[in-house]
Design a protein around this ligand. Structure first.
Ligand code: F6P
Length: 341
C-alpha cells in the first residue's frame, strides 16, 4: 500500500514517535510506501511531500516537535480544498492518509473522510481534550514540565512571601491545570470548565497566610475566567483560525489578588515550553502504539476512524464520535481535588 502521513495543528511531544512507528510498521513489516506531507494539510493541498524511509525516522523517537512540520488551517480553507486534496491523493497513488492532530485536524479529517478520502486519524494534544480517547500523547510531558515549574516556583514564592499565579495551557479544559496542580500541591486551581468565584479564591489564599504560611501557588488554565461580573476581566479576541486569543488570566488574577490581599503577587506564564522538548517515556509508548494501530487500521480498511486509548487497550473510534464535543474534566475529578475552586 501507499500511505500518506501528516501532522497538523499545534505541535506536541510524541509526534515524531508516531511518524516513526507508522514507518516501522508500514515499511518494515508490511512493505508499504510511506509519504510524509510537509506542514500539515498545506502539504496535502499543495502535494508538497517526500518519501519516508527508515533513515528518515532514525533517531527521532525521543525528539520533540515534528520532522514533517505543522501548520494551522483557517476554517473554510480546507472546505474549499476538498477536491484538490482528493485529486492529490489520487495523483500520488495513495491508498490512505493518516493525519495526526487535535480537535481542528480531526474535524478536517472527518470532512475529508465524508468526502471519500480513506483515512485513519491519530489524536494528539497536550490539552488532553479529545473525546473518545482516555488520553492523548503529549499530555503527560506537558504535565511533567508544568509540575517541575511549579515545584521550582514554590521556593522563590516562599523566599519572597508572594502569591504566584501560574498560567498553564488549556484553552477549553483544565486537564493540565488539574494534574500539574495536584502533582505539585498547588493551593488553588482554576479551570475553564468552572468560572471561579474571586471572593472564595481570595479567602482561600488569605486563610493560608493567616495560618502562618509564607506563600501561595495558584494554577490557572489559560481559558479560566471569573464568574461573570465578579471582577473586572478582559476576555481577549479571536485569531484568524477561530481560536480565542486570551487576555491573560494570570496577569489579571495576580493584579486582583495583590490588590485584595495586600501581598505581592506575580503572574508566571509557562506557555509553549509545555509543548517543547523530549516526550516522556509514557508519551513515547502511547504515540508508538497509536502509530502501529493506525497502520493496522489502514490495512483493515477501517477508514473514518481514529485510534484511541480505552483503559489499557488501543481501539478505533469513529471520527464522528471523537469530533462532536471536547472532553472536559468530569465534575467528580474536582471533588477529589480540594485545590480546585
Ligand atoms: O491546542 C494546544 C494548545 O497548546 C493550547 O493549549 C494553546 O491555547 C494553543 O495550543 C496555543 O497555540 P499556538 O501555538 O497557536 O499559540
Amino acid at each position: 500500500m501507499r500511505i500518506g502521513v501528516l501532522t497538523s495543528g499545534g505541535d506536541c511531544p510524541g509526534l515524531n514517535a508516531v511518524i516513526r512507528s507508522v514507518v516501522h510498521r508500514a515499511v518494515v513489516d508490511h512493505g508499504d510506501d510511506v509519504i510524509g506531507f510537509h506542514d500539515g494539510w498545506r502539504g496535502l493541498l499543495e502535494a508538497d511531500c517526500r518519501k519516508l524511509d527508515l533513515d528518515a525516522v532514525s533517531g527521532v523517537l525521543a525528539t520533540g516537535g515534528t520532522l514533517l512540520g505543522s501548520s494551522r488551517v483557517r476554517p473554510g480553507q480546507l472546505v474549499d480544498g476538498v477536491q484538490r486534496a482528493l485529486d492529490n491523493v489520487a495523483t500520488l497513488g495513495l491508498d490512505a492518509v493518516i493525519p495526526i492532530g487535535g480537535e481542528g485536524t480531526l474535524k478536517a479529517a472527518r470532512l475529508l473522510s465524508d468526502a471519500g478520502l480513506p483515512l485513519v486519524g491519530v489524536p494528539k494534544t497536550i490539552d488532553n481534550d479529545i473525546a473518545g480517547t482516555d488520553l492523548t500523547f503529549g499530555f503527560d510531558t506537558a504535565v511533567g514540565v508544568a509540575t517541575d515549574a511549579l515545584d521550582r516556583l514554590k521556593t522563590t514564592a516562599e523566599s519572597h512571601q508572594r502569591v504566584l499565579v501560574v498560567e498553564v495551557m488549556g484553552r477549553h479544559t483544565g486537564w493540565i491545570a488539574l494534574h500539574a496542580g495536584l502533582a505539585a500541591g498547588a493551593h488553588v486551581v482554576v479551570v475553564p470548565e468552572r468560572p471561579f468565584d474571586i471572593d472564595r479564591l481570595t479567602e482561600r489564599v488569605a486563610r493560608r497566610f493567616a495560618a502562618g504560611e509564607r506563600f501561595a501557588i495558584v494554577v490557572a488554565a489559560e481559558g479560566a475566567k471569573p464568574a461573570a461580573g465578579s471582577m473586572p476581566f478582559e476576555t481577549g479576541d479571536t485569531d484568524a483560525y477561530g481560536h480565542e486569543r486570551f487576555a491573560g488570566v494570570a496577569r489579571q488574577l495576580s493584579a486582583e489578588l495583590e490588590r485584595r490581599l495586600g501581598k505581592e503577587a506575580r503572574p508566571v506564564i509557562l506557555g509553549h515550553v509545555q509543548r517543547g522538548g523530549t516526550p516522556t517515556a509514557y508519551d513515547r509508548v502511547l504515540a508508538t502504539r497509536f502509530g502501529w494501530h493506525a497502520v493496522e487500521a489502514v490495512h483493515a480498511g477501517a477508514y473514518g476512524t481514529m485510534t484511541a486509548l480505552r483503559g489499557t487497550g488501543i481501539h478505533l473510534v469513529p471520527l464522528a464520535d471523537a469530533t462532536q464535543e471536547l472532553k472536559t474534566v468530569p465534575a467528580e475529578r474536582y471533588a477529589e481535588a480540594d485545590c480546585v475552586l
